[in-house]
Ligand binder design. Sequence first.
Ligand code: GCB
Ligand code: CA
Length: 894
Amino acid sequence: YKKVKSSHFGHSVCMLILMMVFQSFDSVGQVGRVKTSLNHGWQFSRTIASDSLEWEAVNLPHTWNAQDVMDDKPGYHRAVCSYRKELQIDSRWKGKNLFIYFEGANQVADLLVNGKKVGSHTGGYTGFIVRVDQFLNFEEGARNEIVVYVDNRHNENIPPLSADFTFFGGIYRDVFLIATDRVHFSLDHAAKGIYVTTPRVSEEEASLHISGFLENTSEKDQRVRLKTTLRNPDGKVIGERTSLANLRKGSQTPLVLNMPNVQKPKLWSPESPNLYHVLVQVLDARSNTVLDEISSPVGFRWFRFDAKTGFHLNGKPYKLIGASRHQDFKGLGNALPDSYAIQDLKLLKAMGGNFLRVAHYPQDPAVLEACDRLGLLASVEIPVVNAITETEEFYQNCRSMQVEMIRQNFNHPSVIIWAYMNEVLLRMKFVGQPERQKIYISNVAKLARELEELTSKEDPSRYTMLAHHGDYTRYKDAGLLDIPMITGWNLYQGWYSGNIAGFAGFMDRFHQEYPDKPVVVTEYGADADPRIRSLSAERFDKSMEYSLDYHEIYLKAIMDRPFIAAGMAWNLADFNSETREETMPHINNKGLLTIDRKPKDIYRFYQSKLLSAPFIQISDWDRRAGCVDSGQVFSTQSMDVFSNGESVELFLNGKSLGQKQQSDKRFSWQVPFVSGTNRIEAVMSSGGQEYRDVRNVEFQLIPRKLKGDMLFEQINILLGAKRIYSETQSGLIWLPDQPYQSGSWGHIGGKPFELPSKARQGYGTDRNIRKTEDDPIYQTQQVGISQYKMDVQDGHYELILHFAELTSDEKKEALVYNLGQAEKQQAAQERVFDISINGLTVYRDMNVAKRYGALTAHSEKISVEVNGGKGIEIGFHPKQGDPILNAIQVMRKY
Ligand code: GCB
Ligand code: CA
């Protein structure tokens, strides 16, 4: 088909005219099928419509949760909301079949036409089509109104029941009006109507098989001619077949079309995504007018998964490396124009990835279309996440989602796996009732077997897969490792549990016990907040450096093991998960890209390991601060370079810091940064040519001795932390605290705040801190501090003390992904203390929780006149409980 875009009306007013010569609306009467978007001119109401309500003008795609998932209030609007729109119906369409096609609405949708309910759909992630012409008024100038009620409330019978992502409500994908003749390809299940398979493919020859259903909704029998045309990737017709069929009135007729074999097919692969094009037309046998037509991409490829040697594409071993993708974007929720989805896949390609796990639900049709075109292999899954409900209604919804997913996406050569459960035993039901739990688990397995059978019946040409969390025996005992063709593991050793090295051991054990089961790593990842850096990275610090260490080790273990067919990083991009708090509340930070798709260093790391074209990029940690001892003019910190070069040489302000050789790790240098701009240049050579990357690093030197030869302007310190934080807005850089040393600064007394849970030592709380965007400044603190000293020289200073009470009785939704380790919160503590500066009490009875609320940022600014060589000595005097300090800033004014 041809896609005609009119810049005049914006991106979403596009008209698809099926493979005819250019048509205008005047000839609509003769066109086989017309598909036009209905994205514009809707009205929206946050409740069930009634005439007294205020309506808001919106365009689709639309979600009503784009904003409220980011605010400080827990939860988001989960309700029945209403959309309405006046339909302009061309009077010449009388006699046509008209359908409204929704690419997706989350999660239950009811469609009303002129006040009458004409269709409904359950499930937020697959498309649906409703025929509407019977309910429309075709008279010239007649009013037609459509109303859609969309419901995103929790429903025990609709998967997903719970998940680490947000269930944004709305008509969040494109909506189209489709006009066809009375005779047309079936639109059942919102599928294409034709199913393309390539049963035998080799380098020599490929077979092509097309089946489908034709509907005759007219009052008379029809004799039709079917014309099938195959074009090669250059657009040249290389095969044509016609046949005749009788379509009985009011019936559905199956059709089977076998095309001549294609000789020496141009195979499809990620490296050369050659797409053929097949067009099937239904013509009136007598008049030869086109009644309907459908086209589809065709890719000739063959593949298999082997338990020992991994994945094979077109006869050769082929390691699959890629990432999962969620469908949201900063500020937009899930309501993205297609271009955003396509851009994501281009970024995955540009990373060197060849695989996309469409997780945890089917996504916009644009996604798999782009996979076909760009060359990405893919798995797709329905959103059965964490748990099931043991009701027939739940099972039925699973089945229909699975069927819709498969039929709607059947023809994509990119798809190689259908999956249907993710970590289904994570939120275990009936804890403490072993007998009942056994029944529950057997019901989960029963559902899995049923979906497995259904899948292989619908599509025996693809593999099936389940993705499990790392509780090996739980899934083994449940029998879930035996059901699908491929086992997928979501593993977080070194993040939620254990240490990074445990990953390889887990995979080896599985392979030993299941030597005949193909296996993939469906997930692995670690939070990486691009504002957080570390010179001594640790688990849970959310630093880019820890996640780099993590991905380095995982990727190497995956690459070193031929039996691991695929590795899929979790996740391509940061994504919204409303219940998450942590350093960026409501965001899961495991993306290789930020939520607005800026590359993080981990993305660059993958580029350096996966791309074959010469690649060299310097880390984007380019606003730094660090301490210097007296007499020194530089501060040494490590700096990473990402490159696939055999060796790389680094230059600082034109001076070589030496050459390093390629290894499993990233290239890294100790760089003596000077104050101000440091020009960093990294150079590699390949094929007799030099490639380089240049980055200016702005460095602030902070004198360790505050009275030394170098004067400081400002110091920003995080207490109870080892990480470095840089504020996005102001550019301020916060350094970790130190115990007080004479001549310098630091705390005296106390210890860093810790959650009671052992798993989380060292990095304060993971709660959302209200009234700040810079949560990491407040999420750590020194508890029981007695003094903070700064040995500054005489002068005028300003201090800012930052506080937040980190203990609270406010419940936090247990983050179920912290496998096994229930996050114990610390019960609210009462603390009252005085603060003195150089002996003078400046705050009496400080009680931050009481005055400002727990988990809320609060700061105090104080002017300090320092004389007599005393420096600054802040005293914390407990009256009740332990005094606290979260962060401190000191500014030298004059
Ligand atoms: C998982 C889940 C995924 C989560 C991820 C995480 O195992 O499958 O939905 O987002 O872990 O980041 O915790
Ligand atoms: Ca779309």
